[in-house]
Ligand binder design. Structure first.
Ligand SMILES: Cc1ncc(COP(=O)(O)O)c(C=O)c1O
Length: 351
């Protein structure tokens, strides 16, 4: 199949300033809030970094901006001429669609049927061309190898094509040095544990690189999906997109995480729904995963410790799955009692 050969409607006359401008100035510097209602009996403090507050709705806005800004600066991507091609299950695709849309760069995103319809619609609304692969890889039964092969095919037949390759590009983790720095600077009195979900390993590696370089005394906990191969486990089917990977990413290195926790799809659902019920935070599946990991480790976290979780994206993208009662019942049975348990009415601090 040939790559589509349209060009973006609006091509800027001048090479844009690569200092983030316009909406791109709002990437990063997301809020950090304390979660006091989720585990009222916990002996440790828990803070959440709300990455949904990025303009494209996820932590991947940071990676998208860093990947393309540097490529533009180095002349590998030229607005109006280059074509950016990437494989994404959704969030990086939205981030790249946003950066490409801002700079007037044509963008082709290869996704699979697990990407949700809303993400695809958002990318298209921002001007991206979205191609959905339909078959799984005959060896692994996964979509990812097929998506990667399709990206290579498009690159081979498209002039001035550039693939940021989030799975191996060191600019992806570099974008998360700021994520770690922001958390460290915002948490009062130092951070003991950081929980972060993994897929390309960009967040994990970037936070770990920054923490090690600055000698921050923080234990970094990687949170992966059951059925993901990143940390050497056997592949298995997974329902929830975002965290986890069917192929170990090139960015993975041994020793990035001090601990690894694997979380099931049901754990993600239950903890997303608890987060919504108790803290009024509507977040994506991997947010449920990191909360599940904190609960799993809670007996081992010392009293008085300070923990932070990174909540990678918005819950709106999961309204027809995680937040849909019928979808949940169809996949897991009658589990609503797991997040609807009684809880004391929270105290309201006086104004
Ligand atoms: C919702 C969500 N959570 C977690 C991750 C994992 O982040 P990383 O690719 O930096 O490992 C991603 C990556 O796309 C994601 O979209």
């Amino acid at each position: 199949m040939r790559a589509p050969d349209t060009v973006p409607d609006a091509v800027p006359d001048i090479v844009p300033d690569i200092v983030p401008a316009g909406v791109l100035q709002t990437v990063g510097r997301t809020p950090l809030v304390e979660l006091t209602r989720l585990e009222p009996a916990a002996r440790f403090r828990l803070f959440a970094k709300l990455e949904a507050h990025n303009p494209g709705g996820s932590i991947k806005d940071r990676s998208a901006l860093e990947l393309l800004r540097e490529a533009i600066r180095e002349g590998r991507v030229v607005p109006g001429r280059s074509v950016v091609v990437e494989s994404s299950s959704g969030n990086l695709g939205i981030g790249l669609a946003q950066v490409c849309g801002y700079y007037g760069i044509r963008f082709i995103c290869v996704v699979d049927p697990r990407a949700n319809r809303q993400n695809i619609a958002v990318m298209r609304a921002l001007g991206a061309e979205v191609e959905v692969v339909t078959r799984t890889d005959p060896v692994t039964g996964e979509y990812l190898p097929v998506r990667i092969r399709r990206v290579r095919e498009i690159l081979a037949v498209t002039e001035h094509a550039y693939c940021p390759d989030q799975y191996s590009n060191p600019l992806n983790p570099r974008s998360h040095h700021a994520t770690m720095r922001e958390i460290w600077e915002a948490v009062p009195g130092g951070l003991d544990y950081l929980f972060c979900a993994t897929s390309s390993c960009g967040t994990l590696r970037g936070c770990a690189e920054y923490a090690r370089a600055q000698q921050l005394p923080v234990t970094i906990v990687a949170v992966d999906a059951e059925g993901s191969v990143i940390f050497g486990r056997e592949p298995a089917p997974r329902l929830i997109p975002g965290h986890g990977a069917a192929v170990r990413p090139a960015l993975h290195q041994d020793g990035l995480a001090d601990e690894v926790v694997h979380v099931s799809d049901l754990d993600c659902v239950v903890n997303c729904r608890r987060l919504a019920h108790r803290e009024a935070i509507l977040a994506g599946g991997s947010a449920g995963a990191v909360i599940a990991a904190v609960r799993r480790m809670s007996d081992r976290i010392p009293a008085g410790a300070t923990c932070a979780v990174i909540l990678p994206d918005r819950g709106e993208r999961y309204l027809d799955t995680i937040y849909d009662d019928d979808w949940v019942a169809a996949h897991f049975g009658d589990v609503a009692h797991l997040w609807k348990e009684d809880r004391p009415v929270p105290e309201v601090a006086p104004c």
